[in-house]
Design a protein around this ligand. Structure first.
Ligand code: ZN
Length: 100
């Protein structure tokens, strides 16, 4: 499990239109137009998470695409142990284990 220590928006939903849109963006990088419903234009409700367990839909994105800056710190948890990783831009090395 990777913990990003920041909120990643992974889904947006407009309850009025029954529209749901997959997303993969940091909450802090979202603009109002990013969250606008494609049908009615209202701001959609957002679902977010701050960690990944390996089966999320946005794992095919790079950290940069999600909005996580290079050299940001993520941590991996294994039971009570917690390890911190500094992202070096080498996605395969960081995400390799959980991507499989
Ligand atoms: Zn709508």
């Amino acid at each position: 499990m990777l913990d990003f220590h920041r909120e990643i928006v992974y889904r947006m939903e407009c309850k009025q239109c029954d529209v749901s849109v997959a997303a993969s963006k940091l909450l802090g990088k979202m603009t109002e137009s990013d969250a606008a419903c494609p049908k009615c234009g209202e701001v959609m409700a957002i679902d977010m998470c701050h960690s990944i367990s390996g089966d999320e839909a946005f794992l095919d994105k790079t950290f940069a695409e999600i909005g996580i800056p290079a050299f940001d710190i993520v941590s991996g948890r294994c039971g009570m142990k917690e390890r911190f990783y500094e992202l070096s831009g080498d996605r395969a090395a960081v995400l390799g284990n959980i991507a499989n």
